[in-house]
Design a protein around this ligand. Sequence first.
Ligand SMILES: NC(=O)c1ccc[n+]([C@@H]2O[C@H](COP(=O)([O-])OP(=O)(O)OC[C@H]3O[C@@H](n4cnc5c(N)ncnc54)[C@H](O)[C@@H]3O)[C@@H](O)[C@H]2O)c1
Ligand SMILES: O=C(O)[C@H]1O[C@H](OP(=O)(O)OP(=O)(O)OC[C@H]2O[C@@H](n3ccc(=O)[nH]c3=O)[C@H](O)[C@@H]2O)[C@H](O)[C@@H](O)[C@@H]1O
Length: 345
Amino acid sequence: MPSNNASNGSPHTTKPAPTPSPLRASKFFQSNMRILVTGGAGFIGSHLVDKLMENEKNEVIVVDNYFTGSKDNLRKWIGHPRFELIRHDVTETLLVEVDQIYHLACPASPVFYKHNPVKTIKTNVMGTLNMLGLAKRVGARILLTSTSEVYGDPLVHPQPESYWGNVNPIGVRSCYDEGKRVAETLMFDYHRQHGIEIRIARIFNTYGPRMNIDDGRVVSNFIAQALRDEPLTVQAPGTQTRSFCYVSDMVDGLMRLMEGKHTGPINIGNPGEFTMLELAETVKEIVNPKVEIKMVENTPDDPRQRKPIISQANESLGWEPKVKLRDGLPHMVEDFRQRLGLPKN
Ligand SMILES: NC(=O)c1ccc[n+]([C@@H]2O[C@H](COP(=O)([O-])OP(=O)(O)OC[C@H]3O[C@@H](n4cnc5c(N)ncnc54)[C@H](O)[C@@H]3O)[C@@H](O)[C@H]2O)c1
Ligand SMILES: O=C(O)[C@H]1O[C@H](OP(=O)(O)OP(=O)(O)OC[C@H]2O[C@@H](n3ccc(=O)[nH]c3=O)[C@H](O)[C@@H]2O)[C@H](O)[C@@H](O)[C@@H]1O
């Protein structure tokens, strides 16, 4: 049986946070807050950058290797004096002077993270080590975007943060879910050993405009298929569930977590739970009532159920999602129509 009743260990440390590097103060121009976003050219990262850039006191640096992200997602900021974009792989060390680090870099779609699993592990482990090393050197606060996949195929439903999970350590998804579990471990060890200020978000399935059209994740697949008049591919049995959070709610939750006092880990997601068949029916109804729904083979270790308990986010961050699935989907459909060159509905 998995442990589901233990605490997450003491997150507290007696060590003071390291002082910022003297280089930090030696710059000619200094904004009030210099923020690094790794993976900022990706889906969630680019929406986060949009929101951070709204504050004129923020200077934002994005590093990305463009594996699943694109410069196009950031085109409105390229050339802006408060914005910098660096082609960089987080598995290599990075020397910059920043106050906060949002560490998102990692392929998120199962199709992409399974494509080169060794690289996915390296990104999660070495990438997180490098960002923690940077946080330690410059005294920055660091937020990791972990995942509900740390709960594996959960035997406790819905999932509280105290649940330790049911994860296959040697499966095809392990590069991602075990990788993120190690990343969480590294975060807490740097916190306890070096006094680094950490924040960990456990993100549940997030959707919205700018997802890659052929990303492979379920919401983007169904919308692209419905728009192209191709059958919606429900992977068997179709009764597996997910809880879908709209991207603006997610970004709001991540920023509140960064600015708040709680280390986490903290679930950020929308508790509205749907089977994949229900999702297919909803997309069919909204986008293309004539489209066929086709049952196809599933992939190994697909979690059978997933739904966050969000009382911690609610109590400690004052956060709850605002956008219901039926209200969020049309924004994504509109974005996909534009990018596929289809007329407005
Ligand atoms: N979207 C979700 O439903 C979801 C759920 C749980 C967790 N997350 C986490 O949130 C983060 C962002 O997810 P997303 O949906 O925006 O994914 P995404 O694939 O759109 O974005 C990830 C970004 O990281 C970049 N990247 C990947 N490997 C890199 C490396 N080695 N060095 C530098 N950049 C690298 C990619 O090019 C991309 O721009 C990820 O850490 C993911 O694990 C997302
Ligand atoms: O939220 C999370 O924690 C994780 O959620 C997703 O992983 P997953 O839920 O497996 O995402 P999808 O590939 O979108 O699959 C969701 C469900 O839809 C099904 N599916 C997928 C694609 C498809 O065409 N049809 C279909 O029925 C899958 O079998 C699965 O049951 C993300 O891709 C991970 O990055 C993220 O960490």
